[in-house]
Design a protein around this ligand. Structure first.
Ligand SMILES: Nc1ncnc2c1ncn2[C@@H]1O[C@H](COP(=O)(O)OP(=O)(O)O)[C@@H](O)[C@H]1O
Ligand SMILES: CC(=O)OP(=O)(O)O
Ligand SMILES: [Mg+2]
Length: 396
């Protein structure tokens, strides 16, 4: 008997944007539409949508003063468009804490558990939970599935998960979790589909360099180490987040500089990183244009690349070598000069770019003589969520 077609609606809520997409079940999943509402909270918030077959509406003003307004705008677009209603709704929840190792059906109990994790991911969980609540209100009765970024990193060994803190503190769940897991799972699935053997057997580093940025070391298909830790603010320098900070800096800010915990949280998440260093922009495109004439912009880009190179080297040390390196995310996919500045000087680790291929954003950008293959891949968290949500719904 043929399996009836299912439609899966996906939401990926970030701190300043919401991506959404509708898929029809099948192998592969078929995208029906995909959209993004960006710059939430600013007067320039816009909604753009792409339909299957190519028609797209680009950048109409969305008037989204906050995440609730943004979600309402998206739901009203979804309900106005000539497309099937969803059978399942999938959400990206960046943090599953110690409890959630797999995608799960949204229940009141799950919402209570995730609500307690808001301080672990204060920029990401509140908007995502808003989306879950509005979907329950506006699309009542449609089952919802939560997919967690942290789940992929559950395979990290204890030594990689631990902070050097006393046991009673660690028992409260203060440990390294890691994020961008849905993006990493998507990349590994794609690599397997392409017949890339190192996705299952070998030493791989995946570098997701977008608004948020992280890297993961993957050994024989499993996460063994990653740059982000307890929250998505750690690890690499990001668009507006600090990345790793000496704990002494936070104590200094709280105790000596007179900042409140709320002010510190806002600063490390929203006013630091590329934006904080350049004092101009959080967008790598702007900084690359500015850096020839603006020393602060140049310093921001240099710091981003330097920290990325340093972390890449440490992940290669954990793996004991490198077979494959993948760049993804807005910066990883589209900025040859950043890839080049990160890889520069790492020939001793098997990393060498073919600058012509790199300049063209080719699928494989390594030099033929390099010890490791270096790829550029487009990630697709929404498709990963759709696949997982469908799988879980069919199991019920
Ligand atoms: N052509 C480009 N050159 C340099 N940076 C780019 C380019 N295109 C996009 N980016 C960067 O990618 C970032 C967004 O990455 P993306 O992965 O789309 O973000 P998000 O984490 O919101 O999904 C932007 O802030 C911008 O800095
Ligand atoms: C976890 C994280 O940093 O996500 P994003 O890149 O979407 O901000
Ligand atoms: Mg992202």
């Amino acid at each position: 008997m043929p399996v009836p077609m299912k439609y899966i609606l996906v939401f990926n809520a970030g701190s300043s944007s919401i991506k959404f997409a509708l898929y029809a079940s099948g192998a592969p999943l078929q995208s029906i539409y995909a959209g993004e509402l960006t710059r939430i909270g600013s007067s320039g918030s816009t909604l753009s949508v792409r339909h299957r077959g190519g028609a797209s509406s680009g950048g109409e003003p969305a008037g989204a003063s906050g995440h609730e307004a943004a979600f309402r705008r998206i739901f009203s677009w979804i309900q106005s468009v000539d497309a099937p209603p969803p059978d399942i709704i999938g959400h990206r929840l960046v943090h599953g804490g110690p409890l959630y190792a797999d995608p799960a059906i949204v229940t009141p109990e799950l919402l209570a558990d995730i609500g307690r994790l808001v301080p672990y991911a204060p920029e990401h969980l509140p908007p995502a939970l808003k989306g879950v609540a509005l979907a329950a209100e506006l699309m009542a009765g449609v089952p919802q599935v939560a997919c967690f970024d942290t789940a992929f990193h559950r395979s990290m060994p204890e030594v990689a998960r631990m902070y050097a803190l006393p046991e009673p503190v660690r028992r409260q769940g203060v440990q390294r979790y890691g994020f961008h897991g849905l993006s990493y799972q998507y990349l590994l699935t794609e690599l397997r589909r392409m017949g890339e053997r190192s996705a299952d057997r070998g030493r791989v580093v995946l570098a997701h360099l977008g608004h948020g940025a992280s890297m993961v070391a993957v050994k024989d298909g499993k996460s063994v180490e990653t740059t982000m830790g307890f929250s998505p603010a750690g690890g690499l320098v990001m668009s507006t987040r600090t990345g790793d900070l000496d704990p002494g800096v936070l104590l200094f800010l709280l105790e000596e500089a007179g900042m409140s915990p709320q002010e510190v949280k806002e600063m490390v998440n929203r006013r630091s990183g590329l934006l904080g260093v350049s004092a101009e922009s959080d967008d790598m495109r702007d900084l690359l244009e500015l850096e020839a004439s603006d020393p602060a912009a140049r310093l921001a880009v240099d710091l981003f690349c330097y920290q990325a190179r340093k972390h890449l080297g440490s992940l290669i040390a954990v793996l004991g070598g490198l077979d494959l390196l993948v760049f993804t995310g807005g910066i990883g996919e589209h900025a040859p000069v950043i890839r080049s500045r990160i890889c520069n000087g790492l020939e001793c680790m098997g990393i060498a770019l073919d600058e012509r291929r790199n300049g063209e954003n080719a699928a494989v950008i390594s030099a033929d003589t390099a010890g490791a293959v270096i790829r550029v891949m487009q990630t697709d968290e929404e498709q990963m969520i759709a696949g997982e949500a469908l799988r879980l719904a069919l199991l019920r």
